[in-house]
Design a protein around this ligand. Structure first.
Ligand code: PMP
Length: 431
């Protein structure tokens, strides 16, 4: 047996014995593939094979792997300090990153609360909304409104605003806070939003605004809940409704932030400012875990001047210096490049490369937006069958439900993207 084969076998066997993987049984039903290194857009498997990565590590690794600029940022920060507590202390990387985020996001967002994952940044936003109304003498305003097919994370607060059917409500029903849900907009990305799309939420806010703290949505792209692209016009109408009923608006841009939809933030398609904004995932270019919740002065002032006198949250690794330094490097790297043109090129190629799938009887829809390409099937895929088919073709695509999709690193060249889209169409055709 070659060294490669024995490393592969050992890793798989030991992994099965001790490691619990996401959304899986243990040991997991299907094969897990040991990766030993990653460079550019390629993952190197323990048996020597290479895969072109169409997932960017769950949509984060926008610059690809092992990038010299991000590596240098990590090394330079590591030599100074890898971590320091954030209570009562601050550090240059956190200050600079907060300044950068405030500058990049809508003008009204002025305060940044760092946390360690997207889900936690959602918890923070929900808690801020509730504390805001408590401090505003409206303590009954504690409920959230969310969209069906939405996804906001796996912690309890975040789960409570995920789609109640495809989310995990059936498992944790009694423990989850009961929130309000309305249908996702029907109007597509290029369409105006008809008034009928606003009726349900308008009726809900009319009847229950006195107990509603905030509406939370993923602007323009509903990601893990179904890769659904919708009308930016909906967001403008939603902002107006929230204002009319004294309800806060939370945008979850954890998946869409930092260029993925063709704008730096998806909210720019609508020119709408939320009261709270959640960022994560590609914030550090996929190097490490970091998230941020931004809010406007009004929220910050009301909470800070309240009887509680403080916002009650503070994760141990809040503002981790290594993560903040990497985020600064990732954002500056993105800004130093013609990223809009690059996303446009990726989009044109995704559109062209995936369009042959439109003719396949298995396929319900093919859609693209920015650097997102989706083939939606009529039936859910069988992961244990489909996953090895992609690996055989030298690409890493991890479908879920009826969706075979890609969110490649922005650095992917034409040839690799062609290999990726061809593999997607061929695998779907063979199902
Ligand atoms: N919100 C959205 C829109 C997401 O896509 C995700 C992750 N897929 C999350 C929240 C949760 O982020 P994390 O996995 O970092 O907790």
């Amino acid at each position: 047996m070659s060294d490669d084969t024995s490393l592969w076998n050992d890793l798989q066997a030991q992994d099965r014995e001790h490691v619990w993987h996401p959304y899986s049984a243990t040991p997991p039903g299907g094969e897990v593939f040991p990766v030993v290194s990653a460079n550019g857009v390629r993952l190197s498997l323990a048996d020597g094979r290479e895969l072109i990565d169409g997932m960017a590590s769950w949509w984060c690794a926008i610059h690809g792997y092992n990038h010299p600029v991000l590596n240098r940022a990590v090394e330079e920060q590591l030599a100074k300090m890898s971590h320091v507590m954030f209570g009562g202390l601050t550090h240059p990387a956190a200050v600079k990153l907060a300044q950068l985020l405030v500058k990049l996001t809508p003008e009204s967002l002025s305060k940044v609360f760092f946390s360690d994952s997207g889900s936690v940044s959602v918890e923070v936003a929900l808690k801020m909304a509730i504390q805001f109304w408590q401090a505003s003498d409206k303590p009954r305003k504690q409920k959230m409104v969310a969209l069906r097919s939405g996804y906001h994370g796996d912690t309890f607060g975040a789960m409570s605003v995920c789609d109640p059917v495809t989310g995990m409500h059936h498992l944790f029903g009694d423990v989850l806070n009961r929130q309000y849900f309305v249908s996702a907009p029907t109007a597509g990305f290029h369409q105006d939003c008809p008034d009928t799309d606003m009726e349900e939420i308008s009726d809900l806010l009319t009847a229950h605004h006195e107990e509603i703290a905030a509406v939370i949505v993923e602007p323009v792209v509903q990601g893990a809940g179904g890769m659904h692209f919708y009308s930016p016009d909906y967001l403008r109408k939603l902002r107006a409704l929230c204002d009319a009923f004294d309800v806060l608006l939370i945008f979850d841009e954890i998946a869409t932030g930092f260029g993925r939809t063709g704008k730096m933030f998806a909210l720019e398609h609508a020119n709408v400012e939320p009261d709270l904004l959640c960022l994560g995932k590609s914030l550090t270019g996929g190097y490490m875990t970091l998230a941020a919740t931004l809010c406007n002065d009004r929220i910050a002032e009301v909470i800070s001047n309240s009887e509680a006198g403080a916002f009650m949250h503070g994760p141990t690794f809040m503002g981790n210096p290594l993560a903040c330094a990497t985020a600064i490097a990732s954002i500056e790297l993105l800004l130093s490049q013609p990223w809009q043109r690059r996303i446009q090129r990726l989009n044109l190629q995704l559109e062209e490369g995936l369009s042959p799938a439109r003719k396949l009887p298995q396929v319900a829809d093919v859609r693209t937006l920015g650097a997102i390409g989706v083939i939606e099937l009529h039936e859910a895929v069988d992961m244990q069958t489909i996953q090895p088919m992609f690996v055989e073709k030298g690409v890493w695509i991890r479908p879920f439900g009826k969706l075979v999709y890609t969110m490649p690193p922005y650095t992917m060249n034409e040839k690799d993207l062609a290999t990726l889209t061809t593999a997607m169409v061929e695998v779907v055709a063979s199902l």
